[in-house]
Design a protein around this ligand. Structure first.
Ligand SMILES: CC(C)(COP(=O)(O)OP(=O)(O)OC[C@H]1O[C@@H](n2cnc3c(N)ncnc32)[C@H](O)[C@@H]1OP(=O)(O)O)[C@@H](O)C(=O)NCCC(=O)NCCS
Length: 187
């Protein structure tokens, strides 16, 4: 996949180590928006740490064990998606997402996640796609619902972050649900 169009101004593309400076600037610009929900923002603090983070994903991609993509709107990096977990042997993957405030409200993440699910289920034979969010993260939860996912449950106080322990919702979508159209219609 070199590039997938999300709407008339936006595209989803692989995010690679050579784009470290752009990724670091993007993370820095909207740190206050991302940091309450995304642990990787603690790791990506400058160009060098951004390169190391992207290199880890490049290595994971080479091992077929994880992937990361960026979302560009009119040429500017405004968000991204990742397969935080990607395990073809277990038929299991987990999608993570983020978007700059000015790019929210256009359905970019819902469309990007649908493309990822289509690929994971249709081409890679994934059986179960997961989504995890803090219970307070209403916008993230809304995406999981829009994708037709089912709330499996809440992992109570499971995620220690920023000096507290977050309750984490686990959502899932099964390949059979995606194929049968029990999930909502695709973009
Ligand atoms: C979570 C996050 C990515 C969601 O972004 P988002 O823009 O709300 O999600 P989408 O891109 O799917 O867009 C949905 C919105 O676009 C609207 N929309 C417009 N056209 C649409 C379309 N064709 N399809 C779906 N939604 C569409 C929806 O109505 C919705 O708007 P609303 O929230 O005002 O009701 C974003 O809020 C974010 O980055 N938050 C901080 C980081 C974070 O929490 N990451 C997730 C950690 S678990």
């Amino acid at each position: 996949m070199l590039s997938c169009r999300l709407d008339e101004g936006a595209e989803l593309r692989p995010l690679e180590p050579w784009q470290a400076a752009e990724f670091a600037a993007h993370a820095d610009r909207d740190r206050a928006h991302f940091e309450p929900w995304l642990q990787w923002t603690q790791l990506v603090t400058d160009e060098e740490s951004a390169r190391a983070f992207l290199q880890r994903y490049a290595d994971r991609q080479a091992a077929d064990d994880g992937r990361i993509y960026g979302i560009w709107s009119h040429g500017r990096l405004v968000g991204g998606t990742l397969f935080r977990i990607f395990s073809p042997a277990d038929g299991l993957c987990e999608i993570g997402v983020w978007l700059s405030p000015e790019a929210q409200g256009r359905g970019l993440i819902t469309r990007a996640a649908r493309l990822m699910i289509d690929w994971a289920v249709g081409e890679r034979g994934m059986h179960r796609v997961e989504w995890r969010n803090a219970v307070e993260n209403e916008r993230s939860k809304a995406v999981a619902k829009r994708l037709g996912m089912t709330l499996d449950g809440v992992l109570r106080e499971a995620f220690p972050y920023l000096g507290r322990r977050f309750d984490i919702e686990v959502w899932s979508l099964l390949a059979s649900e995606w194929r049968s159209g029990d999930a909502p219609p695709r973009a």
